[in-house]
Ligand binder design. Structure first.
Ligand code: GLN
Length: 487
């Protein structure tokens, strides 16, 4: 079997058994990138030289130590909104076209300590605003299962890289679904941790009260292992949670007997693909057959979540993106005076979706509208959270579709922002409530596109959702069926 098709944990075992070297692994993935990234466009920046250096260092470590940390020598990719010391970090924006961070994000520090091999920085919707990766200022990314389709977004490059065998694992960020929805569209596993579980230090901010970094992987085992590497309290992130990090690999056990799984009717939204709904219902039956207790629940404020998100996230983005003024950060386009310089810079260097959100955010925050929009959205956020609190008195986890549809065709929705925003109906409520959620494959549509389901957990209960996801994955083995990718 080709090395690029293997999971990170299989590659880790091969390295420890000395059946392969880290340099051979890096070579295999770099060759794969050379041969198919011109078709998928998963990467914005490729870092072959630093990857090779890291691989050589990893081999020395393996020779000296025998037993190695999980990511040592394992080739992976990082979303281009996570700061990487000395490596260009663009957020897929012309504004940051030439930005080379002078420091590593906290997650990068942790990954570098393990001696991982970073193959490059992945494509995304500009500043993580979008759900298809078509909003990248550079180029769209294509879905490895069918190149006419989007990979989802905004972490579409990371998802396509893992699904296409262009990286063994990847990091993404999730503000309203940007890890889970692309994982679902590309037939892989993606986990958004509880807000505060993973440090946001060095993640370029989109909407700070919602952003979280998390793994995109071929299977649940890799997901648990990488979560182990990146979680933990960080004093450099003021919203970091002071909770000890469990060993998530201990949750890789097959057992859902007596697990109370809530099914919220509100997540089976109008306009949902029939095949998606069918797959989820089949998964519910599978869980039942494995001994779980299925309980119907209601999360009545779900229908307001998308509207609240598209007020709160743009409001925060407006503030966060004000730093790109042609002076403090990023590119500058000159003008006759300071005002025209700033205007020219922001007009030329921001894409249209970013501008739309800056305008929405400013509107929602402006005097006279603040109470009607921003404050109201905050109240809805509380109600959404309270819905979950009540539900979790009766259930241990909640199971839903990850997205209402499978991947859609490139270009089919780009001129209809409202339609695009409605894609986020099943994912944004978790971000509003700060809850952890995992997306994993649960079927394939008649046109051969992956279908994903989402398992939602109580705050800080990543263990619960990993255990449920692992049990399902091991019993169905879906990931083995759909990791085959068209070249
Ligand atoms: N699709 C959502 C948006 O456009 C979510 C993006 C994200 O999670 N970064 O905002």
């Amino acid at each position: 079997m080709e090395l690029y098709k293997k999971s990170a944990h299989d590659l880790h075992d091969l390295l420890e058994k000395k059946e392969v070297t880290a340099v051979e692994l890096a070579d295999a993935f770099l060759e794969r990138i050379d041969s198919i990234d011109s078709k998928l466009h998963a990467y914005i920046t490729k870092t072959a030289d630093t990857a090779m250096k890291a691989a050589k260092k990893a081999d020395k470590k393996i020779a000296a130590e025998g037993k190695i940390p999980f990511l040592t020598g394992i080739p992976g990719a990082v979303k281009d909104n996570i700061c990487t010391l000395g490596i260009r970090t663009t957020c897929a924006s012309k504004m940051l076209d030439n930005f080379v961070p002078p420091y590593d994000a906290a997650v990068m520090d942790k990954i570098q300590k393990e001696n991982a091999v970073i193959l490059g920085k992945t494509n995304m919707d500009e500043f993580a605003m979008g759900g298809s990766t078509e909003n990248s200022a550079f180029f769209p990314t294509h879905n490895p299962h069918n190149a006419e389709y989007v990979p989802g977004g905004s972490s579409g490059g990371s998802a396509a890289a893992v699904a296409g065998g262009l990286a063994a694992w990847a990091l993404g960020s999730d503000t309203g679904g940007s890890i889970r929805q692309p994982a679902s569209f590309c037939g892989i596993v993606g986990l958004k941790p509880t807000y505060g579980r993973v440090s946001r230090y060095g993640l370029v901010a989109y909407a700070s009260s919602l952003d979280q970094i998390g793994p995109l992987t071929k299977d649940v085992t890799d997901c648990a292992n990488i979560l182990n590497v990146i979680t933990g309290y960080d004093e450099k992130d003021s919203t970091s949670v002071k909770a000890s990090s469990p060993d998530y690999t201990k949750s890789l056990v097959q057992d859902v007997k007596g697990l109370r799984i809530g099914i919220p009717a509100e997540y089976f939204v109008d306009g949902m693909d029939k095949e998606v709904a069918e797959s989820i219902h089949m998964a519910i039956n599978d869980f039942k057959a494995m001994g779980a207790e299925i309980i119907d629940i209601s999360l009545p404020h779900t229908k307001y979540a998308v509207a609240a998100y598209y007020l709160l996230a743009p409001a925060e983005a407006t503030t966060n993106l004000s730093r790109y003024d042609g002076v403090s950060y990023g590119e500058r386009v000159n003008g006759d005076d300071i005002v025209s310089m700033m205007t020219n810079t922001r007009t030329e260097k921001f894409g249209s979706e970013v501008k739309r959100r800056i305008m929405m955010g400013n509107y929602a925050l402006s005097a006279g509208y603040y109470d009607a929009y921003y404050l109201k959205a905050l109240k809805i956020r509380t109600l959404v959270k309270e819905d979950y609190d009540k539900a979790f008195e009766k259930v241990d986890v909640i199971l839903t579709p990850t997205a209402p549809t499978t991947a859609f065709k490139i270009g089919s929705m780009i001129n209809d922002p409202l339609q695009m925003y409605l894609q986020d109906a099943c994912t944004v409520p978790l971000n509003l409530a700060g809850l952890p959620g995992i997306s994993l494959p649960c079927g394939v549509s008649s046109s051969g596109l992956p279908i994903g389901m989402q398992i939602i957990g109580k705050p800080l209960d990543e263990e619960g959702i990993i255990k449920a996801a692992y049990t399902y994955e091991q019993s169905k083995g879906f990931y083995k069926n759909i990791a085959e990718v068209t070249e």
